[in-house]
Design a protein around this ligand. Structure first.
Ligand code: HEC
Length: 130
């Protein structure tokens, strides 16, 4: 009988769906802001590029930018500067990198994304770097 096989599958799918949403990480934009300002911006202001305000891009532009993960015109990646290994390499001189030394890369990236989207040109509160 068909019903006997389809029902458990549907139940299983529903279960997978709920467990995924239960596990979804709740991004902390404040932590993202601290990291962006302390790590990303401190390098930008020290390089010729200068500070890059979140409000210079729209939410969609930031979404695409982070998804493509091509930083500095494709010379390296954004995820590199979010990684644990990068944090470890600068933590002696950077307080935020030291404070978030053990934060999983994916969580920190989500936090930064939440801050950039919130601070985007069309975000909830367009933000500058300082
Ligand atoms: C070690 C220095 C350094 C760090 C750390 C750094 N950046 Fe950059 N970033 C640069 C430089 C240099 C450029 C400009 C590259 C160019 O124009 O050729 C740049 C450019 C950018 C741009 C402009 C678009 C592009 O990619 O060219 C964005 C957006 C950006 N960075 C985001 C970030 C974010 C987000 C972080 C932190 C997770 C970060 N950067 C960390 C050096 C850095």
């Amino acid at each position: 009988m068909k019903l006997r096989t389809t029902l458990p599958v549907a139940a299983l799918l529903a279960l997978i769906g709920t467990s995924f949403s239960a596990q979804a990480y709740d991004a902390d934009w404040k932590r993202g802001r601290v990291y962006y300002r302390s790590v990303c911006t401190s390098c930008h202001t020290a390089s010729p590029v200068g500070s890059i305000n979140p409000s210079t891009k729209t939410k969609a532009e930031w979404g695409t930018y982070l998804l493509l993960d091509k930083h500095a015109k494709g010379k390296d990646t954004v995820s590199k500067y979010v990684s644990k290994s990068y944090r470890a390499s600068i933590k002696a001189t950077n307080k935020a990198a030291e404070k978030f030394a053990d934060t999983p890369d994916a969580e920190l990236l989500d936090d930064i994304k939440a801050f950039l989207i919130k601070g985007a040109k069309d975000g909830d509160s367009p933000a500058t770097c300082s």
